[in-house]
Design a protein around this ligand. Structure first.
Ligand code: G6P
Length: 369
């Protein structure tokens, strides 16, 4: 079994460390450097069909739903196409509006999640086009979709999704670029600006993994907390949700992800000296607003763990711990800051002695409703 785990103590850790390779595989053969375009071999929709799409629904469960939330930011920003995101178990019963120019995108690691598959059938049954982002080749969702973008992350055994998630994010970037090119909203140079950063991502994830020990130290400090709050804004809000989900799933500590700007409308009441607050702090336009949230937490004796790509006295003065990661363009920062979310949850779970790869009550793939 140790051999299967490639010398790692758990599949989850192995899969976290496989991310540089997995992300490179998601990108392989899909960037057309010369044309400044991307190529998605199994998408099956012509440029004309893609160009005729008026609205996109993204439907998924669990971690894949968090990827969908990031996808909304990417696609609306780059391709200016309206995107609605649904949890599959809600979508399937809410009589969603599907017209012939609606495209529905299912995201599923396994391609077998019952609610997501039902969402696919709902959209297809109403005459809409459907495409899927899947990891497992030839899975039900991949087979029943008109087109598919495989993530090529390789088998994911740990119940808590890691490399499947970050490769979904990269597949969404590729899809957003494709839509933006087809819709005439991005020229070849604009596309290359982002694909050049994509190509550097595997190396940057390797660098991010070098913070493993620093993250383990933070895990030791807070492993006995009974609740965690995760804050992020914009495209980091879904990463806050994902960080909280990872912690819940494998360490059984209650955790909540919140949009940082919404803290004042509720979660601020929970803050005291026993509450660690993980703050996603990319170096972007909202940085100072998020730092003021950190000040609000500390003014109430809460503990701030800042996760950032830009270390300066302003962060140091307003955080108890600072974890620093490589920078990239803002659209790709969710991929980089996912790594500390995974490792923090992993180390806390290991320190608590839980069954990391097979947490209680959870299944890798939920194939029944
Ligand atoms: C289960 C797994 C999660 C996963 C979710 C959706 O709950 O434990 O890790 O995110 O299903 O799975 P899917 O295969 O559709 O991405």
């Amino acid at each position: 079994l140790m051999a299967e785990k490639g010398g790692y103590r758990h599949f989850m850790l192995k899969e976290i460390y496989e991310q540089p390779r997995a992300l490179a595989d998601t990108l392989a053969g899909r960037i057309r450097e010369e044309q400044g375009d991307v190529y998605l071999e199994d998408l099956a929709l012509s440029d004309e069909e893609l160009g005729g799409v008026a609205k996109l629904n993204i439907v998924a469960c669990g971690t894949s739903w968090h990827a969908a939330l990031v996808g909304k930011f990417l696609i609306e920003k780059l391709a200016r196409l309206p995107v609605e995101v649904d949890i599959a178990s809600e979508f399937r019963y809410r009589d969603p509006i599907i017209t012939p120019d609606t495209l529905t995108l299912l995201i599923s690691q396994s391609g077998e999640t019952a609610d997501t598959l039902a969402g696919l059938r709902e959209a297809k049954g109403k005459g809409g086009k459907v495409v899927a982002i899947c990891n497992v080749l030839d899975s039900s969702i991949a087979r029943e979709s008109h087109g598919v973008i495989y993530t090529h992350a390789g088998p994911e055994i740990g119940v808590a999704s890691t490399k499947a998630f970050t490769t979904q994010l990269v597949a969404l970037v590729l899809f957003a670029l494709k839509l933006a090119r087809v819709r005439g909203l991005l020229d070849a140079d604009g596309c290359r600006a982002l694909t050049d950063e994509l190509v550097k991502l595997p190396r940057k994830i390797e660098e991010a993994l070098e913070q493993d020990e620093a993250i383990e130290e933070v895990a030791r400090l807070y492993m006995n907390a009974s609740d965690f709050l995760y804050l992020g804004r914009g495209n980091q809000y879904p990463i806050a949700l994902e960080g909280a989900l990872k912690l819940k799933e494998i360490s059984y500590i209650h955790a909540e992800g919140y949009p940082a700007g919404e803290m004042k409308h509720g979660p601020i009441a929970l803050i005291d000296e026993n509450l660690p607050v993980v703050v996603l702090l990319p170096n972007n336009d909202t940085r100072e607003k998020v730092i003021s949230n950190m000040q609000e937490v500390r003014a109430r004796a809460g503990k701030v763990i800042a996760v950032t790509d830009h270390d300066d006295p302003l962060v140091r003065d307003n955080a108890d711990q600072v974890l620093v990661f490589p920078s990239t363009c803002d659209d790709l920062m969710p991929v980089i800051l996912s790594v500390p979310m995974q490792l923090l949850a992993y180390h806390i779970a290991v320190l608590k002695g839980t069954d990391v790869d097979q947490p209680r009550n959870l299944a890798k793939s939920v194939t029944v409703e």
